[in-house]
Design a protein around this ligand. Structure first.
Ligand code: AMP
Ligand code: MG
Length: 308
């Protein structure tokens, strides 16, 4: 029998206590963050974390990010180093995840058996309040079925994880950043590596470290998970059900030839008013990257529903 959709909880103190109790008992909760919505469980409870993998259909070899309420808690889950402390000081709370050697208390399921753990302090005040109310860190990947477009609102989570064990979502409004965190591997502090580009620009991190960051090669088309540059960095991800074609550039005069059962999603509003047609959409008025990021996943979801 299909399950009913999960309920949205308004951010009252009573609801935060209720959700924290559910997490303490090993349950899973949809949580708001400034990047994308997360699917959270007690990061120190292996069977609670197993429920995240189950609900998302996420493969066990794709590790989770552990979320803390304050940078001062970092030593509880990871072995820190001066570069990590520098970045934590500069960018936490915020859209930066650090990969560091893990402490014993972090269960293997969280790190997919690796001896490193990914850690972040989110900027969303409600997410941090929930972690404080819990009194334990929360493991949380994005709250979408594995491989599908990430959620940037509570309604996205309710609509795409409705048929799972998830019963409760903390509604914290729309995500301000709208794309995932930037992940830096600092397990070898002298060789910082960018594992995933995201909401914090690489240049800003390099300016604080006063050092260039090595970038992992992009995943190859046919590569298997074991050959990927970092776990979870698969050739296909954040994918709508509708096929998507990426055009490095698109000449304005080719847009009118796009069939009406296809849509065009541009980075910026076209200056030529004749190109503003019912199947032509854009992510920003003037091409500002933060606005494009903020709108990207929501627009892809709407187009995936054939909304034109
Ligand atoms: P998300 O699904 O957005 O929560 O991101 C989780 C991603 O963080 C994974 O797919 C990996 O790419 C990365 N990650 C998590 N833990 C580790 C780790 N120990 N080492 C390297 N990458 C990690
Ligand atoms: Mg994800």
């Amino acid at each position: 029998m299909p399950k009913t959709k999960p309920a949205l909880y308004r951010p009252t103190s009573a609801n935060l206590t209720r959700l924290a109790n559910h997490l303490r008992r090993g349950g899973i909760v949809g949580v708001p963050s400034e990047t994308v919505y997360g699917l959270a469980a007690n990061a120190l409870d292996a069977s609670a974390c197993a429920r995240i993998f189950e609900a998302k259909g996420r493969p066990a070899n794709d590790p989770l990010i552990v979320h803390l309420s304050r940078a001062a808690e970092l030593h509880q889950v990871a072995i820190t180093n001066p570069s990590a402390d520098l970045l934590a000081n500069a960018f936490w709370p915020g859209p930066l995840t650090l990969v560091l050697p893990k402490n014993k208390c972090v269960p293997d399921i969280v790190t997919s058996g690796r001896d490193t753990v990914a850690v972040r302090v989110p900027a969303h005040p409600l997410f941090r309040r929930l972690i404080r109310t819990c009194g334990f860190p929360l493991a949380a990947p994005s709250a979408n079925p594995f491989g599908y477009i990430s959620p940037t609102s509570a309604a996205h989570v309710r609509d795409s994880l409705g048929n799972t064990e998830l019963r409760a979502i903390l509604d914290g409004g729309d995500c301000t950043i709208g794309v995932e965190s930037t992940i830096i591997d600092l397990s070898e502090p002298s060789r910082p590596r960018l594992l995933r580009p995201g909401g914090l620009a690489q240049e800003k991190i390099e300016a604080v470290l006063k050092q260039k960051i090595l970038t992992a090669p992009a995943p190859k088309k046919q590569s298997s998970e074991s050959a990927a540059p970092a776990p979870g960095m698969l050739p296909q991800h954040y994918s709508p059900h509708t096929p998507v074609k990426l055009h490095p550039s698109l000449a304005g005069d080719s847009i009118p030839q796009i069939p009406t059962n296809e849509a065009v999603l541009l980075l910026r509003r076209p200056n030529d008013k004749r190109l503003r047609k019912p199947n032509v959409f854009w992510l920003s008025p003037s091409g500002q990257l933060s606005v494009i990021a903020h709108n990207l996943f929501n627009q892809l979801r709407q187009l995936d529903q054939g909304a034109w």
